[in-house]
Design a protein around this ligand. Structure first.
Ligand code: ADP
Ligand code: MG
Length: 376
């Protein structure tokens, strides 16, 4: 396809913080943006040229995207794959509906990861109560995860025994699940690849990720792992993207086990929270890459310009009376960058923003980031 150039109109399904940062990147490059998001207050709406406030499968809204946009992408995996297929028949859509359908279903996702020759945690598909009668010893103690609609640790239960697995399956409404062995993690890392074709790929430096209550808390770049291990994660991410014939930005999460081996946890067919550091610390950021890939342009260079630490700001940081955190110290730090997503309501666990700290030594950046968070 011929490259799509500014001031073409680009469409995105979803107008949350990822859609907002995509919109800013696209607008900065001179594109126009149409956002489809039912929420009238969607964070991306503040920047978009057009906000279609309608359900994701609304025929009129989809028709508008198809007839006014040069290309369409998505900010999240839980879009209606059928709606994406319908769009894909009319306008270039990346990633493809097929790739999004795989990423939104843990069962298909794990099968694809294994098929690409990459390791996952031992797992068993649990579709019915009868599946819990099988020998599950290889997956216990484990984590029962719903196949669909899980995020930020939601739709998951830690189970030690078959009895606990049965109770958790019932509590999840007997929705299709995977039972996954609980692994001893040394740490977690992620690799984000931008792929236009086999010959046109770029991978960002690997991030080391720390979670709190199932939600990403801090990303540290460069990851404090052996460089060959980080290189292997990058290679695995490109291999997975190739296996899927993926077009767009693909984030791959990994577990680093106590014995130093690497296991793929899951993937996201879009820019990722653990890639927000690229906004401030890379030659090209992950949202610029999303724009470039959907427009058929070469991925930009991913050089890390400085060690960096990213800290998520959840609604928990806001005061109980709704008052803002005290931003003064953070805003005066000359090597820190605050990003707020423009969400009116702060709720516990809600991603409201993030900040980064850049420093010549990653340990110094981490120490300073932790100290800055304490001032909020
Ligand atoms: P989500 O879609 O919510 O991000 P994940 O499968 O990535 O779901 O799980 C969230 C976090 O829970 C992981 O980043 C990891 O810290 C922990 N976790 C998930 N599965 C396992 C496992 N099999 N063994 C150990 N920890 C796990
Ligand atoms: Mg995850």
């Amino acid at each position: 396809m011929a490259a799509i150039l500014p001031p073409a109109m680009l469409g995105i399904l979803g107008g949350g913080q990822l859609g907002r940062m995509f919109t800013v990147a696209a607008k900065t490059m001179g594109y126009r943006v149409t956002v489809l998001d039912p929420d009238p207050q969607a964070p991306a709406a503040a920047y978009a040229d057009v906000h279609l406030a309608a359900p994701y499968n609304d025929p009129v809204a989809l028709q508008t995207l198809a007839s006014t946009c040069a290309a369409v992408t998505t900010e999240f995996e839980n879009v209606d794959a059928e709606a994406m297929r319908w769009l894909g028949d009319r306008v270039p859509v990346s990633p493809s509906a097929d790739c999004v359908a795989i990423a939104q279903d843990r069962i298909a996702e794990k099968a694809w990861i294994n098929q690409a020759g990459l390791p996952t945690a031992p797992y068993q598909v649990i579709r019915t109560e009868g599946d819990l009668d099988a020998d599950l010893s290889a997956c216990l103690p484990g984590v029962l995860k719903t196949a669909r609609l899980g995020y930020d640790g939601k739709g998951q239960a830690r189970v030690a025994t078959v009895e606990e697995a049965r109770a958790a399956f019932a509590a999840m409404g007997k929705a299709a699940c995977v039972l996954e062995k609980r692994l001893d993690l040394k740490t977690e890392i992620s690799a984000i690849v931008t792929r236009v074709s086999h010959a046109q790929m770029a991978v960002f430096p690997v991030a080391e990720n720390h979670h709190a209550h199932g939600i990403l808390d801090v990303s540290i770049v460069p990851a404090r792992v052996d460089p060959p291990l980080a290189a292997l994660a990058q290679l695995m991410a490109t291999r997975l993207a190739d296996a899927l014939d993926y077009v767009g930005v693909l984030a791959v999460e990994f577990f680093v086990l106590e014995d130093g081996s690497l296991v793929v946890n899951e993937m996201a067919p879009r820019p990722h929270n653990s890639g927000h550091y690229t906004l401030d610390a890379c030659l090209t950021d992950q949202f610029q890459q999303q724009v470039r890939a959907m427009c058929g342009l070469l991925p930009g260079r991913t050089d890390l310009l400085s060690p960096v630490v990213m800290v998520n700001l959840l609604g928990d940081v806001w005061k109980e009376d709704g008052a803002e955190p005290n931003w003064s110290v953070l805003m005066e730090a000359p090597n820190a960058h605050l990003h707020l997503y423009g969400k009116a309501q702060a709720r516990p666990g809600r991603k409201m923003g993030h900040f980064t700290v850049l420093s010549a030594k990653v340990d110094d950046a981490l120490e300073q980031a932790e100290a800055l968070k304490d001032t909020l």
